[in-house]
Design a protein around this ligand. Structure first.
Ligand SMILES: [Zn+2]
Length: 72
């Protein structure tokens, strides 16, 4: 049996390198922050609009992020 967790972070797979990364839900700032300690991947999205606020990933250039944002 599992208790309902109020934790606002979860472990995910890094979309950049595939290692374990962490996703934090910053409720006060209405943002979702995903960061990977292995490759310095960082993405901050707005939980309200889904827009990418900030994104950084080694080996991934900015235009690709613009494309993702346009799809969303
Ligand atoms: Zn990574």
């Amino acid at each position: 049996m599992q208790a309902i967790q109020t934790k606002t972070s979860q472990t995910i797979r890094c979309p950049n390198c595939g290692c374990l990364a962490e996703r934090h839900y910053l409720l006060n700032q209405q943002t979702i922050q995903t960061q990977c300690p292995s490759c310095d991947y960082l993405m901050v999205t707005c939980s309200r609009t889904g827009n990418v606020v900030e994104a950084y990933a080694p080996g991934i250039s900015a235009p690709k992020w613009v494309g993702i944002q346009a799809v969303v």
